[in-house]
Design a protein around this ligand. Sequence first.
Ligand code: RIB
Ligand code: CA
Length: 314
Amino acid sequence: MKKVPVWIDTDTGVDDAVALLTAVQLEKEGFFEIRGVSAVCGNAELERTFENARNVLSLAGREDIPVFPGAKKPLMTELSTAPEAHGADGLGGAEIPSSQAVREEIPAWDAIYRCARECKGELQLILLGPETNAAIALQKYRDLPSCLKRILIMGGADIGGNRTPAAEFNIYADAYAAQTVFKSGIPVVMCGLDVTMKANLTREEMEDLDTFDSKGCRLFRESSQVTRRLYEKLEGVKNYYVHDACPVLFAACPDMFYGEEAGVFVETRGKLTFGKTVSDRDTDIKFGVKNTFVVLDLDRDRFAQAVIKALKAV
Ligand code: RIB
Ligand code: CA
């Protein structure tokens, strides 16, 4: 089976780490080939997300996957991190050995473009954080849209918001970058809160992971305490939403998900709606272009099984 090339851009926080380990497992099973990873500021500062990405891949025995440093701040707004959900270091203070891999110095946007050219239009770009690196690449390389097959994101929402009532964190964190991506002409698969808030683990599944002795489960157990406490405060139950594993699993097993084509663009001027992904999926008036596949639902059991398998396999 011809291996599908993917590139993962991440603001390596807790669910990003789970997504990276899930991607490593999916590559082992032949679904795709991880051509590279790049870090972006978001959940934490770039210095942290860069180290976290390197260390998570090292934990999985994959120091061969190159990790490139990206943007230290959003395109035009100030950096606003999420320590309340991911801890100051981005991984909830979890103990994790330092990678011994070569420290890449080429900027993420140049590395993404180089890889896209090498893959001759087949590369799928998976964005798990603010879309700053992708936007810089699109601004610097005008032919990039012709070199990418599609962009799959965790971000936005047809309905909902978790940074404001109107906006999801990744989009809100760099709304101008996200607008650049949605206006690029490259097909977008949007795994927004509509589906990722259904992509949760049950109490029994969490207990199983918390008691299983693998490096992946130990990292999840140690890193996710901050997030669990946040959700417990917000919802009254120890929940865990594996937001970032959605686009990764969509790239490998799209039949695990349900969604609809729509026009989606980003509000960059509104006071109340800044960072909102405005979708015409359910409106009478349309944008006139269907640039996005809006993912709305998933087979949660299959999703959880894939994530648990990946964490136990490391
Ligand atoms: O809104 C959830 C998203 O914001 C996830 O990507 C999480 O890692 C944070 O970056
Ligand atoms: Ca993320």
